[in-house]
Design a protein around this ligand. Structure first.
Ligand SMILES: [Zn+2]
Length: 123
């Protein structure tokens, strides 16, 4: 690997770490870290009172937080995977088929672990 690539990889690593930090900060606003599972967070369950009307609002609020939590968690897992790849020198290759991931895709989504074909199949 030449210096230019090394430099590029370093920048990607910095970008990924920054992204990771901001996701963790977002998660910590409403969820607690699960101590038993790495990178897993638990959304605080609302304190349900006696008023059914209020509870409905709290439960729907909880449900929307949960879906945000899942999105953030899966992004966090992608970032971890991409970071691992940067240290294993496999960054930029698809985890499923091993093909090179389109550099344009990596520019917008540096945490992408799958090529566009495999990502679409997974959906
Ligand atoms: Zn692939």
């Amino acid at each position: 690997m030449n210096d230019k690539n090394n430099e590029k990889l370093k920048n990607i690593k910095i970008k990924l770490i920054e992204k990771k930090k901001s996701i963790i900060a977002q998660l910590q606003k409403f969820a607690k870290k699960n101590k038993n599972i790495k990178d897993d967070y638990k959304t605080d369950f609302p304190n349900l009172g006696d008023h059914a009307d209020e509870n409905a609002v709290e439960v729907s609020d909880y449900a929307s937080k949960l879906s945000v939590e899942h999105d953030l968690e899966s992004e966090l897992k992608n970032i971890e995977g991409a970071l691992k790849k940067t240290s294993e020198n496999t960054y930029g290759t698809c985890s499923v088929c091993g093909e090179k991931i389109n550099p344009k895709r990596l520019e917008v989504m540096p945490e992408a672990n799958l090529c566009i074909k495999c990502a679409e199949k997974k959906r």
